[in-house]
Design a protein around this ligand. Sequence first.
Ligand SMILES: Nc1ncnc2c1ncn2[C@@H]1O[C@H](COP(=O)(O)OP(=O)(O)OP(=O)(O)O)[C@@H](O)[C@H]1O
Length: 233
Amino acid sequence: MTALLEVRGLNAWYGESHILHGVDMTVREGETVTILGRNGVGKTTTLRTLVGIVRARKGQIVFNGTDMMKVPLHRTARCGIGFVPEERGIFSTLSVMENLMLPPQVADGGMSLDEIFELFPNLQERRNSQGTRLSGGEQQMLAIARILRTGVKLLILDEPTEGLAPVIVQRIGEVLKKLKERGMTVLLVEQNFRFASRVADRFYLMEHGQMVSEFKVEELPERMDMLHKVLGV
Ligand SMILES: Nc1ncnc2c1ncn2[C@@H]1O[C@H](COP(=O)(O)OP(=O)(O)OP(=O)(O)O)[C@@H](O)[C@H]1O
């Protein structure tokens, strides 16, 4: 598999606070990769730095052949990276339908409304509901659906299952599996280890602003002792 995203020696700062200390990671085309780690180690900051929200950064980010260090935040989606933040980023005063009609198509391969509603039947039922009236799970699905409309090649998700009921978590897992079948590449941060172990092909474990370990899903059994110690899973 070819590397879609290559990150080398990535450092990032919030003001004086040095948060990322040389992050190295690779995401290959079609893979689902999960970043694991305790609270506060820099997982969210890694995603925010990759997409260019955190600009105080140093190092290399190459995506699909483009040097992302030179790309302003508003051009990130055009380059093919879509980001769903923890707070989801939908327009809560607009309806489901309006939220789905707004995102610009940035590349070929953006999903049609029919495809979106096939993947998220509940969004079709709620098509006229305002964002604020949606459940947490529906909001998360709408946030993902909005990104899928654009045609990006890499979907980045920050804790997509946070605060959601087990049945909804399972639905999101099914969505990610279907996206994988379509060839989508996904990078996510996830605290829910059970969920992550079902959807991911590969994991990075993060500590103190660096990736300290990298392993495939097949290697999970032999890593469980270490993960138990670090994450308490
Ligand atoms: N906007 C900010 N300004 C200053 N410091 C921040 C900011 N956001 C996060 N931090 C700090 O950066 C460090 C890394 O935070 P980050 O959110 O990336 O961690 P995380 O691994 O995603 O953990 P969590 O699961 O708790 O979000 C923490 O020490 C946090 O307090």
